[in-house]
Design a protein around this ligand. Structure first.
Ligand code: CU
Length: 151
C-alpha cells in the first residue's frame, strides 16, 4: 500500500468527525467541490524548480453568522496562501489577501480568474487524477480538511 493511499484514507477518516461536529453544532460552513491544478506560469514567477499550484472550491455558509476563510495549508506544498486574481492593463495578476468573507446564508466560489488557494513550492508534481489534502482555516468554523481532485 502506498503512503499516498494511506494519507487519503487518513484524510477520509479525519473528515468524518468534522462533518459530525458541523451537523451537531448546526454549523454550517461547508467546502464543496474542491479541485486543484498546476498553476500557469505568470509574470513574476521565479521559474526555479518545483512550481506552484492553485486550489478552488465553493465555500458555503449555511449558518446564521458571518465567517471567513483566513488560512490554508496542504500536504502538497510548502506554503499555501489565499489569493485573488485581477486584471490590470489586460494582464492577469494576483495578490495575497488576508481573508475571504463568507456572509451567512451565502456562497463564495473560488475559481480561475478569482479567489484561489495558492500552493507555493510544490513538494510533488500535480498530476490529473490524483488528489491532494488541503486544510482550510475559517475564523469561526476552524480548520476544515478537504480532499481536492487534481485536474
Ligand atoms: Cu495565486
Amino acid at each position: 500500500m502506498t503512503s499516498r493511499l494511506l494519507s487519503l484514507m487518513l484524510a477520509a477518516a479525519l473528515s468524518v468527525p468534522v462533518l459530525a461536529f458541523g451537523q451537531a453544532d448546526g454549523a454550517k460552513l461547508r467546502v464543496e467541490g474542491a479541485w486543484a491544478r498546476r498553476a500557469a506560469m505568470m509574470k513574476g514567477d521565479s521559474g526555479s524548480g518545483s512550481g506552484n499550484g492553485a486550489v478552488y472550491a465553493l465555500l458555503v455558509n449555511a449558518g446564521n453568522a458571518p465567517d471567513a476563510l483566513v488560512g490554508a495549508a496542504s500536504d502538497a506544498a510548502a506554503t499555501a496562501e489565499i489569493h485573488e486574481s485581477y486584471r490590470d492593463m489586460g494582464m492577469m495578476m494576483m495578490r495575497q489577501v488576508k481573508r475571504i468573507d463568507v456572509p451567512e446564508g451565502n456562497k463564495v466560489e473560488m475559481k480561475p480568474g478569482g479567489y484561489h488557494i495558492m500552493l507555493l513550492n510544490l513538494k510533488r508534481d500535480l498530476k490529473a487524477g490524483e488528489t491532494i489534502s488541503v486544510t482550510l482555516e475559517f475564523e469561526k468554523a476552524g480548520k476544515i480538511p478537504v480532499t481536492a481532485a487534481v485536474k
